[in-house]
Ligand binder design. Structure first.
Ligand code: ADP
Ligand code: MG
Length: 458
């Protein structure tokens, strides 16, 4: 099989290039470095053969071309295949026990097991402003008297605004002041993965019991980014039981998320009321003064100084994400160390240019469209690609066809392949249906416009 695929490989890549109308530059950058590394079961292992570019390349391929590659390979080989990308480093670590390795890699890409607390995330290093004062006060109260004041504490806010920092500050504080207490910090992703791992790999009940004991014996339970919890019944059931058992025992629970509980669609409803029993604290965008204070603080931590006008320039231009402020500072510090020159305002403007200008318009691929449509209608990508005739699936499927046809230059055949191997007439009919109906149905038209905005906000 491997040999057959290797033989067909260049042809497959070429088909994808033509069907998706991929430019030479894109092709050379993303697809050409791919080498067939092996086949394991129904997974094709593709090596991204470029040391430097592998991380970025694999991320990009995962997002844009994984489905296409899988569809085209499956077709060429006449058998269903999934794709797994490898970097050269990973390929070298590969020891021959292929299946195990693939599983580990699947886990490793989503899990970071046993993350311990980052000692830098303390209350001391957390700058308080109007945007986070309430959350910080609540967090500090909990750190001083865990389990007794607010339970659970639910912190929410946009990316890079300090949720993880604040949560871990509680952990670090309790670690120092109450060595008798058992603290556990997990991301909801690693929690889910650990759980699934236990459910899947264990024949006997011992490991599962240990898992439960581990989670139910903690005094302070922190779960970060709850929005990533998997919407599988078993996962939420287990989490629900853990939550209740800790809550009833008066143990402190702290949760973070990018949105309030009622806005997390896949979260089972019973959580919403449970979470709202405690304290909800949101973190908003820092104002200018707070941003300035954060910059000053980060420079102190780095034992570095920047001219006041450069600091002001950063504070004025990085408004919505503290992580990006740190990125800007790191870039300038690195510049000045490498060039052995001070950072003038001109240098800052020049160096930070591409961090400030809004992200490049994201490339619109059928895969992206299908994912957005699925999310919009709360159905799965697999359902869209299935033959299911329920109206709740058929309508979104037709909309996906219409949007793929009108928003990309891909061939209808290629779009059909991504949607479960439908032929080009099916795609054309589906798209036409939406086009016709939109003329008469204003609601539908509005809905399609809304989805378009999600796909391409610019
Ligand atoms: P989130 O979890 O909300 O995405 P993080 O807690 O990871 O964000 O914060 C991103 C980075 O910004 C971290 O390095 C953190 O130390 C820093 N940061 C965020 N808010 C503050 C603040 N108020 N004071 C100091 N540093 C902050
Ligand atoms: Mg975080």
């Amino acid at each position: 099989m491997e040999d057959l695929l290797k033989e067909k490989w260049n042809g497959i890549l070429n088909d994808i290039r033509i069907e998706f109308n991929i430019t030479n530059v894109s092709f050379n950058q993303w697809l050409k470095p791919l080498v067939v590394f092996g086949i394991e079961g129904n997974t094709v292992l593709l090596l991204y053969d470029d040391n430097e570019g592998a991380e970025l390349g694999i991320k990009y391929l995962d997002k844009h071309f994984k489905k296409a590659l899988s569809a085209f390979i499956s077709e060429a080989m006449d058998e269903e295949y999934e794709i797994n990308f490898f970097s050269p480093v990973e390929a070298r670590a590969y020891t021959g026990k292929k299946r195990e390795f693939v599983q580990q890699r699947n886990l490793a890409s989503t899990t970071m097991k046993n993350i311990s607390l980052n000692p830098k995330y303390t209350f001391d290093s957390f700058i308080v402003g109007r945007n986070n004062r309430f959350a910080q006060t609540a967090a500090f109260a909990i750190a001083e008297r865990p389990g007794t004041s607010y339970n659970p504490l639910y912190i929410y806010g946009g990316p890079g605004l300090g949720k993880t920092h604040l949560m871990q500050a509680i952990g670090n504080y309790i670690n120092e002041t109450r060595s008798d207490l058992n603290i556990l910090y997990v991301t909801s992703e690693s929690y889910t993965n650990e759980l699934i791992d236990n459910l899947r790999t264990t024949q006997n009940a011992t490991a599962m019991r240990q898992f439960r004991e581990k989670y139910r014996s903690v005094d302070v339970f922190m779960i970060d980014d709850i929005q990533f919890i998997v919407d599988k019944h078993a996962t939420q059931e287990e989490f629900f039981n853990t939550f209740n058992s800790l809550y009833e025992a008066g143990k402190q629970i702290i949760i973070t998320s990018d949105k309030p509980p009622k806005d997390i669609q896949k979260l089972d409803e019973r959580f919403t009321s449970r979470f709202e029993m405690g304290l909800m604290a949101d973190i908003g965008l820092p104002d200018y003064e707070t941003r300035k204070a954060i910059i000053t603080r980060k420079l102190e931590e780095n034992d570095y100084d920047l001219a006041p006008e450069v600091q002001e320039y950063i504070a004025a231009n990085f408004k919505s994400n503290v992580r990006k402020i740190e990125g800007a500072l790191n870039k300038l510090i690195a510049y000045s160390k490498l060039q052995k020159k001070p950072v003038t305002i001109e240098v800052a403007i020049d160096e930070l240019q591409n961090l400030i200008t809004p992200d490049m318009p994201r490339e619109i691929t059928p895969q992206l469209i299908i994912e957005v449509v699925a999310e919009h209608f709360n159905v799965s990508v697999d359902q869209l690609a299935s033959k299911n005739r329920y109206q709740t699936i058929v309508r979104p499927r037709h909309i996906a066809m219409y949007l793929c046809k009108t928003m990309t230059s891909c061939s209808l055949t290629a779009i059909g392949k991504l949607l479960g191997g439908k032929d080009h007439a099916t795609i054309s009919n589906g798209a036409k249906k939406i086009e016709d109906e939109m003329d008469m149905d204003q609601e539908l038209k509005k809905q399609v416009e809304a989805i378009k905005k999600k796909i391409n906000p610019n």
